[in-house]
Design a binder for this molecule. Structure first.
Ligand SMILES: C[S@@+](CC[C@H](N)C(=O)[O-])C[C@H]1O[C@@H](n2cnc3c(N)ncnc32)[C@H](O)[C@@H]1O
Length: 272
């Protein structure tokens, strides 16, 4: 009888990096609550058509169609592999009528052509891949053209002294540990190289599951470019901290000032 020589796979070998990513850094329900509440507060109506740029697995675009019978979405990413994963794991889970209201588009966000929408999302700092003002301005101009007259663009940003340094943040989650590795930082150009790693209870590791090379754009630089692209207003909503425990809260407050925090995270909302 042939000897069974099957080596048991480690947890890292069995893991799916896109599923881990979604479980670690993406809370689409929370983000879409913020999008809907903020749109309602500014425009006094509900948004219906949404485009998710740098969409990755298109999770938010898929969740969007579950939140309203008329909701429609377009998810744009230039990476076929991640869109295919999203099609198999997120889109397929929707009811057929909901699936029919989502389009996954394999394209560069700089050149994509979609129908006019009420909101465009570019979350998880993905637009920081555009590292010079010419490209970021061209992107904002293209989003401006794609929005309805009362459309809003939603972005996010982070900063504070901890952003301007190399460091590794560890978060123990359900069944694995997520690591955010700010691996290199150029203090002159504010370019950074970051990785996402995962660690498992059996000591196996998925190193460099995701890599990013970004420019750490500042709030005023982003606002200047949005206004130059034609947006009439730019609002910042900064995450609040508990005064006593200093823990970050699930609340974002509109403000124009962040005191000298080590780390801040904000949503940026640009009005057409
Ligand atoms: C960090 S993931 C974002 C996933 C998800 N939207 C989120 O909020 O977590 C960044 C994605 O942007 C895509 N991407 C980067 N540059 C792009 C471009 N110019 N056009 C389209 N997609 C781009 C990458 O392929 C990657 O899937």
């Amino acid at each position: 009888m042939a000897k069974k020589n099957k080596k048991k796979q480690t947890m890292a070998e069995r893991a799916d990096r896109h599923a881990l990513y979604q479980d670690s850094v993406q809370d689409s329900e929370f983000e879409l609550d913020f999008v809907e509440d903020t749109y309602k507060a500014i425009r006094n109506k509900k948004p219906v058509k949404l485009r998710e740029d740098f969409a990755g697995t298109a999770r938010s675009a898929c969740v969007w169609t579950k939140r309203g019978k008329s909701n429609q979405s377009w998810a744009v990413d230039f990476d076929k592999e991640v869109l295919d994963w999203g099609r198999a794991h997120n889109l397929k889970k929707l009811k057929p009528k909901q699936q029919a209201r989502v389009a996954l588009i394999e394209s560069d966000v700089l050149t994509v052509d979609t129908p006019s929408v009420d909101v465009v999302l570019a979350f998880n700092f993905s637009y920081w891949i555009l590292k010079n003002r010419k490209d970021l301005l061209a992107y904002f101009q293209s989003v401006h053209r794609s929005l309805n007259d009362d459309g809003l663009m939603f972005l996010d940003a982070f900063g504070g002294s901890q952003a301007h340094t190399t460091q590794v943040e560890k978060h123990k989650l359900d069944g694995f540990t997520y690591l955010w590795d700010q691996n290199k930082y150029n203090a002159l150009t504010q370019e950074m190289s970051c990785y996402i790693h995962f660690r498992f209870p059996d000591k196996s590791r998925l190193d460099k599951a995701f890599s990013y090379t970004w420019r750490l754009w500042g709030g005023s630089e982003i606002e200047d470019l949005l206004r130059e692209a034609g947006f009439s207003g730019v609002r910042f909503y900064v995450q609040k901290f508990d005064d006593e425990t200093e823990e970050a809260l699930d609340e974002f407050e509109e403000t124009r000032e962040v005191v000298d925090h080590e780390c801040w995270i904000a949503y940026i909302v640009a009005e057409k």
